[in-house]
Design a protein around this ligand. Structure first.
Ligand code: NZQ
Ligand code: ZN
Length: 389
């Protein structure tokens, strides 16, 4: 096991009605003027936005709204939000939505207090030293941004989708997690969220680091729980306990606890980010295509961990590691199919992907080799795209 340090300062407030806690937590933190960031309309249609605004008014905290964040959020919304935050002199940001909304809120939070271009943080030209505090009311369990220090934004010019990673600067101060708010999710978004959280665990699970039994078992237990709860939420969207288990899994999957003491992988995410940048597909659905293809590819030269995954998560019984790994990948694909996700690029709606461009941009953005389990070159990543066709 490697040395590690973990600080997850987010106050998670979980359960029915917890969205109404946000204004109290904001008042407790001394927030005086809050920008509420939200998406394309689901929070308006459900009445959630009005409820939240009313609770802030009751607490005596004025709010300013910034709506219209799109999935796979783009930098233009960040610039718009930064200008508004400065003009309105807000001192905190509340994200009401999913990963796209939270990531935009994070871009605004660090960009507002920075004299330069906020994109400097995403392309690695500058490190975040200060940011406005952020609170979250989560409406979709998927990206895990409510507990992570990360933000993923696409620059429209050149369609570069890059992730900014901070230890603590961009971790939300609080996250209100009410599973009932997820009852209205369309099945495809529920399923994509499930794939995303599973892959957040798997990116940490597939490691070259030895001697990490505790985090291995944490990852395996979480994956097994998600696999058991997933069919329930797909069949009964208003099953509170199933929604609650999925929601909490999505947060733990990505707040860092599953990665302690180990080198992580992240190749599947980097590969998928190129797909969602170029073709604007749903991130989790893209992962349902890419991750099994990645597993199949790496298990040709390094099957041991994939075999362990197969045996412990899917209870595969097979003689050799290669055979176990192969059966595990098949099980994973079947699981994704069973909840309505695509497992090929064609099924994802990309019949003729521009693989040379995807590979070129991937390595321009992430360097000549990507991934911790096995470092992959452009030849390898091209093969993974082809395996996904
Ligand atoms: O925009 P609205 O109208 O709200 O609709 C959204 C959106 O269309 C809808 N939705 C959300 N909650 C709903 C709902 N519809 C009905 N009822 C509800 N309760 O769902 C759609 C998807 O929302 P989005 O926020 O895009 O989903 P998600 O949470 O999957 O976020 C995806 C983004 O997060 C990034 C992804 O790359 C992608 O850009 N990621 C961020 C990470 C992070 N910051 O740590 C890590 C992840 O790996 C990921 O890369
Ligand atoms: Zn993800």
């Amino acid at each position: 096991m490697e040395n590690f340090s973990i600080c997850t300062p987010t106050n998670y407030v979980f359960g029915r009605g917890t969205e109404c806690e946000a204004s109290r937590l904001a008042a407790q933190a001394g927030w005086k003027r809050v920008m509420i960031v939200y998406g394309g309309g689901s929070a308006v249609r459900s009445g959630l936005l009005d409820r939240v605004k009313d609770s802030f008014t009751a607490e005596g905290i004025p709010t300013i709204e910034l709506g219209g964040v799109k999935p796979n959020p783009t930098d233009d919304k960040g610039y718009e939000g930064i200008a508004l935050a400065r003009m309105e002199k807000v001192d905190a940001i509340l994200a009401v939505g999913g990963g796209s909304v939270i990531d935009t809120a994070k871009a605004i939070a660090c960009g507002t207090l920075y004299e330069g271009d906020f994109w400097d943080f995403y392309c690695g030209k500058a490190a975040v030293e200060r940011a406005l505090p952020i609170g979250v009311i989560l409406t979709i369990p998927a990206a895990g941004s409510e507990g992570s220090g990360n933000s993923v934004i696409t620059r429209i010019e050149g369609l570069r989708k890059l992730s900014l990673r901070t230890d603590t600067a961009l971790r939300p101060r609080f996250a209100c997690l009410n599973p009932e708010l997820t009852f209205t999710l369309p099945p495809y978004q529920t399923a994509s969220g499930i794939a995303d959280m599973m892959v957040h665990i798997m990116e940490r699970y597939f490691t070259p680091t030895e001697g990490v039994e505790v985090t291995d078992r944490l990852c395996e237990g979480l994956l097994k729980a998600i696999i058991a709860e997933a069919p329930k939420v797909m069949a009964e969207p208003e099953n509170y306990d199933a929604r609650a288990n999925i929601m909490w899994s999505g947060t733990i999957a990505h707040n860092g606890i599953c990665g302690c003491g180990r080198r992580e992988d992240w190749a599947s995410h980097f590969i998928e980010h190129e797909l969602s940048a170029l073709y604007d597909v749903t991130h989790g659905a893209g992962l349902a295509v890419i991750t099994p293809a990645w597993m199949s590819y790496v298990s040709k030269s390094k099957p041991a961990k994939v075999a362990q995954f197969a045996r412990r998560v899917f209870d595969i019984i097979a003689d050799g590691d290669s055979e176990a790994a192969k059966l595990g990948v098949e099980k994973l694909r079947n699981f994704f199919r069973s909840i309505g996700l695509p497992v090929t690029l064609r099924e994802l709606g990309i019949a003729n992907p521009d693989i040379p461009t995807l590979v070129r941009k991937l390595h321009e953005n992430k360097g000549p080799k990507i991934g911790g389990y096995i470092p992959l070159t452009a030849t390898d990543t091209e093969a993974i795209f082809r395996e996904s066709l």
